[in-house]
Every structure is written in C-alpha cells, then in structure tokens.
Write a protein that binds this ligand. Structure first.
Ligand SMILES: [Mn+2]
Length: 393
C-alpha cells in the first residue's frame, strides 16, 4: 500500500528546491540481511526513500541530478527480473510499476546506474542520508564511479528530510488516524483477555492478529504488554509473564497503515477494579494528560512542556500522598512527554529544541512508575497540532 502518487511527487519537489545547483543526490531502499542460513530478516525499506518514492522493495536506488541551471531530473534504478528467483520469492517490482507508484518517468536497471551517474561526474555536491543504517546506504564497486563521486563535496540529506517529515500533510494525518482507529479498536477487543491467568504474550498475539485482520500492515513496533512491575520497564517487550489479580497491566501498541504508525498506551486493572491507591495514581496520570493536551499548541516548546509535566506530577503526587524521595519526580516519571509520530514511531526531527507547529503529529504520554508498589501507569494518545491548539487523533 502506498499514498497517492502526487504525495511523493510533491515531496520530491520540496526536496529538490533545497538542493544546491550542480549536485547529485542518492538514496537507497536497502538490501536484505541474512538472519540465518537461507532466511532473511523481514525487509523494511528506508523511510526517507519511501517518503520520496512510495516504493518499499529492496535494491532500488533513487537519484536526483540537478544541473548548474537548477534543472532537476529524477531517476529510479531497479533490479532486473530473475525468472528462476521469481519461482521462489515472487516477482520484483517492474519498471512500469515503479513508475506508477512514484510518478518517476525514468526507470532503468541497476546495472546501468554507474554509467548514468558517471555521465554527470562533473557534479560539485553529492547528497547522502548520513543517518541511514549501513544496509540502507548506497555503495558501489564501480571504480570509475567511485573516482567521480570522490571529487564531490559531500552533504547530508537527513536534516532536510527530517524537517519535511515533521510537518504532515492531510493524507499522512489520515493514514495515522486510520492506524490509530484500528489500534484503538484492537484495545477494545482485547479487553476480554484482561483477567488473572492470561499471559502477556496472549494479549500481544491477539493484538497482532486483530490489526492484520483489520487490513493494516501489522504492528508499528514491538507490542508492549507489561503486567505489574514489568510496566516500570518502559520498552518491556518480552511479554512472558502471567497477569495477576490485584495488579495493573500496561499496553503500549500500534498498528501500521501505509507505513504510518499508530501509538497508544492504556492501563487496566487485571481483575477489573483498581485499589484505592492504584486509582489515585491513575487519576493523576489521566489529569496530567488532559492538562498537557490543552498545553500542546503552536509555539509551545517541547522541553518546556516536559518541565510542565514534571511540575504537574510533583504537585499532584505530593498532594495525594505519594511524594517522591527528595521531591525528585524523576523517581516516578523518567521519560519524555511526547515525540513526533509518523513513518517512524519515534519520528525524525531536526536537531535542537522542538517548537510545535501546525501539522505536526505528536504523542502525549505521561506516565507514573512506582517500582516499590509494583506498578506502571501510562496513558498515551496522539494529537495533530492545529492553528490554535491540538486535536486528538
Ligand atoms: Mn509513544
């Protein structure tokens, strides 16, 4: 699945405007990595590559060439079909398909790439995505091409793409909304399993089954089902323990739709009813989330929102009789209030202070983790920043 062709065309246009004249940009979807013997890890295409092309197949290269007049051309290079391999792993993307998804007219085979780029070896600047993992980085064995590229001044594409990806289009927001709708429905449907004796992995497996059945691509990240004190580990994913009466269970999960992530957390009482203390703490987290949602607005600085969250927690915890040691709230709250959400669950963002602006999609996820009481509570929703505040997706 992919978004509309015009989305990728528009993204390439915006990127192109920011490239220097007389430059070359190269992005790579990635190669498959062996897991063991003849089995590979599941393939995941580079998100910046996908954002510019809509293509999520391995071994595809995107090249932009901007000449000294500022005229720009885009080219895709794909693997040639291998009839024998196709009998085992299916067909690869064809030139016609690559063109239809991306809107790029010039699609050639990868063996033609050195020559195609080599012809433009006079380029002064060469752009790469410095942050892409090694298996999603373009490499060439071609000596001539290596020589030509070595003469270029190297520049980083990542900050440009991070700034672009931070502001979502309505189409992207729609994909995230759908991912969240499925996620939320999955949580509703899971409730019948939340009872003493169920294992954490049963809940995780049910969620994964449910989101696929609903037509999403599967889970956006490893599902967290954390009962009792397991919930004090923020990214607990082993999901091996049984649910026990009297404890809470924390769910942090998301479906993926057209590459875009949902990300929701909920906390429930395993036997359906919270103790007085559990409920007091739950109400604090809920109240802080409500206050923070109303604080998310254009111009708000994420670092300051984090400080405000800490102040709110400290004041409310003290008032309810749960004062942390030395009045240091980081004993109970030790992560950020939120992060950008998009193709990555912790989505890319430019370096420096993040200042909220319309079109950003952010999580709002306050949490309290009291190891001595064997509990962790997190409530997480996702919002889009609007002109005057934010809207919960
Ligand atoms: Mn999150």
């Amino acid at each position: 699945m992919a978004l509309s062709q015009s989305f990728y065309i528009e993204n390439r246009k915006k990127l192109a405007e920011q490239l220097e004249n007389n430059s070359l940009a190269i992005l790579f979807s990635g190669r498959e990595i062996a897991m063991t013997e003849d089995a590979n890890y599941p393939f995941f295409a580079n998100n910046n590559f996908y954002y510019l092309t809509g293509i999520r197949e391995p071994e595809v290269v995107l090249v932009a060439i901007k000449d000294h007049h500022g005229d720009l051309s885009w080219q895709l290079f794909i693997e040639a079909a291998d009839p024998l391999k196709e009998k085992w792993v299916g067909k690869k993307i064809t030139c016609v398909e690559a063109k239809a998804v991306s809107g790029i007219d010039e699609v050639s085979y990868i063996k033609e790439l050195p020559q195609a780029i080599g012809l433009k070896s006079s380029s002064q600047f060469l752009y790469f995505d410095f942050k892409s993992p090694q298996h999603q980085s373009f490499k060439t064995e071609d000596q001539e091409l290596q020589k030509a590229l070595k003469q270029c001044e190297i520049k980083d594409l990542h900050p440009i793409l991070a700034a672009m990806r931070l502001i979502k289009t309505p189409e992207e927001i729609c994909a995230i909304t759908r991912a969240n709708a499925i996620t939320r429905q999955g949580i509703e449907e899971m409730k019948f399993l939340i009872k003493p004796g169920t294992y954490e992995y049963e809940l995780a497996a049910f969620f994964e089954y449910f989101v696929k059945k609903k037509g999403s691509e599967g889970v956006a990240f490893e599902t967290i089902v954390a009962a009792g004190k397991n919930a004090t580990v923020l990214h607990y994913v082993s999901n091996r323990c049984p649910l026990k009466a009297g404890e809470l269970v924390l769910l942090d999960l998301g479906a993926r739709v057209e590459g875009y992530c949902g990300d929701i957390s909920r906390t429930f009482a395993i036997n359906g009813e919270m103790t007085t203390d559990q409920e007091k703490l739950y109400r604090i987290v809920d109240a802080v989330q409500q206050e923070m949602i109303s604080a998310y607005r254009p111009g708000a600085v994420l670092k300051e929102l984090q400080n405000l969250t800490k102040e709110l927690f400290l004041e409310k915890c003290c008032r309810a009789g749960f004062a942390p040691e030395n009045n240091d709230i980081t004993e109970f709250y030790y992560h950020g209030i939120g992060h950008p959400l998009g193709l990555d669950t912790h989505d890319v963002r430019p370096a420096g202070d993040l200042i909220l602006a319309p079109g950003m999609v952010m999580t709002v996820e306050p949490g309290l983790y009291l190891e001595k009481r064997g509990l962790g509570i997190r409530i997480e929703d996702d919002v889009v920043i609007t002109d005057s505040g934010c809207e919960v997706l």
